[in-house]
Design a protein around this ligand. Structure first.
Ligand code: AMP
Ligand code: MG
Length: 336
């Protein structure tokens, strides 16, 4: 009998707060996109703004959920190849998601859902699909065959979209926009480990975000303001079978868990959706190709942990990251 186990996603990033005395936050905690989320806003009107930000996330969840039978994404996935009209918001998200796939060197593919389902990652019962099944399912995976003309989506019959790799990032962007529009200049969103900072802490100092060590504890602390910090890792959701570990981030080339030599990939930058797409992308690409992508794009920063236990940091984070004592001496700063 095989042991099949799936762990609930763990928080990979944690906010370190309350080192110094700060005015109290207005916080809203809620469950959306299959995870616990917290929005905290400081200053006058903070409570109402935090609640509005929650509503923004809830609305996106209702549009983009792959399992909710009333979502727009569900309707698209069951359209049988017929064109469907999307709301402007869903169309916008999809357009940006396709751009992220385009920039990912084949690492990110939002049409992987048939394969994700075959592994059982959407349910509690995971299983290893056989090679023949994977080869057949991969014929239905190819984001370049998704047509989006204005707000009209046409998805070839048999193909299905899954925005799991980017949805929380989109939600963080929209929620941060809503907070700023409400006049909030200091807020923090923790959408199931996707961290997004609006401004800096109320006293003007940077937010401190701890990056999780997949083996327990922390790799170190990142200081950020007005940035998103997003981590992808095989340790966040996986099952074991015959002594082998299988995780939820798949390589679109093989339909199998991506084994690129990284155990964790963190992307840092101004955009939540971009960083969410990137964290998954970097995890699939591995160290060398991620560094190459960074040198080419130059619009994000990274923190990558290899299976050998070496930490690689892009130079833009050199001053912002303080490793835990155990990691000192195992950090390499990568220059452009
Ligand atoms: P993340 O935790 O942001 O790295 O996203 C992982 C989730 O995205 C998985 O649970 C799948 O639903 C989906 N997924 C897995 N691999 C990929 C991939 N290569 N491209 C796009 N989505 C993926
Ligand atoms: Mg992601």
């Amino acid at each position: 009998m095989k042991l099949v186990r799936i762990l609930a996603p763990l928080l990979s990033l944690t906010l370190l707060t309350a080192c110094r005395s700060q005015p109290e936050a207005h916080s809203v905690q809620f469950f959306a996109m299959d995870t616990v989320m917290t929005v905290s806003a400081w200053g006058g009107g903070g409570q109402e703004a935090a609640e509005q930000a929650r509503d923004v996330v809830d609305r996106l969840d209702a549009l983009l959920s792959v399992t909710d039978e009333t979502s727009e994404l569900y309707a698209a996935n069951h359209s049988g190849g017929r064109p469907v009209s999307l709301s402007p918001e869903t169309a916008q998200v999809l357009e940006q998601a396709l751009d992220l796939c385009r920039d990912s060197r084949g690492a990110l593919d939002i049409t992987l859902y048939p394969v994700v389902k075959a592994w059982g990652f959407t349910t509690d019962s995971c299983t290893v699909p056989d090679d023949a099944a994977l080869i057949e399912l991969l014929e239905r995976v190819d984001w370049t065959r998704v047509s989006l003309e204005e707000d009209v989506l046409t998805l070839p019959a048999g193909m299905e979209l899954d925005l799991g790799a980017v949805a929380k990032g989109f939600a963080a962007d929209r929620a941060a926009e809503s907070l700023r529009a409400a006049g909030v200049s200091s807020a923090l969103l923790d959408l199931g480990g996707n961290i997004q900072a609006v401004g800096s802490r109320p006293d003007g100092s940077p937010w401190r975000v701890a990056v999780q060590d997949p083996d327990g504890g922390w790799l170190g602390v990142l200081e950020v303001a007005d940035q998103a910090v997003v981590t992808s890792g095989g340790y966040q959701r996986y099952f074991e079978d015959d002594g082998e570990r299988y995780w939820h981030i798949l390589d679109p080339a093989t339909g199998r868990p991506a084994r690129s030599g990284l155990t964790s990939a963190t992307a840092v930058g101004p955009g939540g959706a971009v960083c969410d797409g990137l964290s998954t992308t970097l995890f699939v690409l591995g160290l060398e190709e991620s560094v190459d992508l960074w040198r080419q794009q130059g619009d994000f920063e990274f923190l990558l942990l290899t299976e050998e236990g070496e930490l690689y940091l892009s130079s833009g984070l050199a001053d912002a990251f303080t490793p835990e004592a155990a990691w000192e001496g195992r950090v390499t700063v990568v220059e452009p």
